[in-house]
Ligand binder design. Sequence first.
Ligand SMILES: C=C(O[C@H]1C=CC=C(C(=O)O)[C@@H]1O)C(=O)O
Length: 351
Amino acid sequence: MESGVSGFAFYPFQVSEKYPAQFIKADITYSSLSAKLKFNFKLSENPEYVALVQRLQEYFDKIKGSATTNNWHVSRKVKPHQTSEDSFKNLVQESVAAIEAGQIEKVVLSRVRATDLVAGFDLMDTYLRLQEVYSNAFVSLISIPETGTWMGASPEILVQVSKERIFKTVALAGTQALTADCNPAKASWQQKEIEEQSLVKRYILNCFKRIHLRDYTETGPRTVVAGNLMHLRTDFSVDMKKEEFPKLGTQLLELLHPTSAVCGMPKETATQFILEKEGYDRAYFSGFLGPVHIDGESNIYVNLRCSQILEQVALTYAGAGITAESEPEKEWLETRMKMDTIRQVFRNEAS
Ligand SMILES: C=C(O[C@H]1C=CC=C(C(=O)O)[C@@H]1O)C(=O)O
């Protein structure tokens, strides 16, 4: 993040040959607010660029307001997979037993669900609808050869470094449905959710401790709305101008990922547990993504509430934090609600 190179980071849960870390260099950026292209190289350096730029601007002018294209990249590495209800619930039970036996403190278990794309499915149209429905989320659509196409509406910032050099991260956990008659400001939370979120907070504070970061601001926890759901969130910020941490963004990105909101505690044991037991590859789900050094700031989000789009099927992913108090049925329903964040937009209806 300190190299000054502008681009878009797309990082998996675990880096491997199959799922490499990706960085799309921002040679050209397009802002829908200004409807303008921005070039991160000197146009006069190469006459070919001048012609290319002219063609691109003409292309953007032409397609503006008529977003229809279904040419997306499909990863050949994935086999469509679906976690069965029984296997997920059994794994919740096994995790609770491992927690009670003191092998782990918390683990985030996830599952995958396959949905057939409806006839006439339009990728760009779906993406624009997702943007409309989740105005408070980080709505993304990424399409990379070999890696495939991912779409999501993440509620969780992992690392933000603003123009003013303010660093931010959050401890987000605990989930309940946002119903029509409920007021988020008056939401009450069970002991289970309070503890689950405080474990994420403790995990972040441990990362701060490891680099001897003492001067930070902590706000919360408070109830926040994320689409059809509510969570508990504590906000942390650091003024990087005051602190002796010029590389804080990168340092904490390395330490935080994967946080206890998507993996567990202790981190290494929880990671092994997930890799051995979940029964499928998370790939880029619960990794991180976002713009780096665009207009002087970086905003990296956790890749949650997302789907991988294949030729005729979308694979939707969701996880739930398991603690000693977890009940299989409740965790199953919680992952279903999380999946609905994006699935309802695919089908353009609530499920
Ligand atoms: C792992 C996910 O959510 C995390 C973020 C907020 C609340 C969570 C929870 O209540 O379990 C999860 O830690 C997901 O959406 O797949």
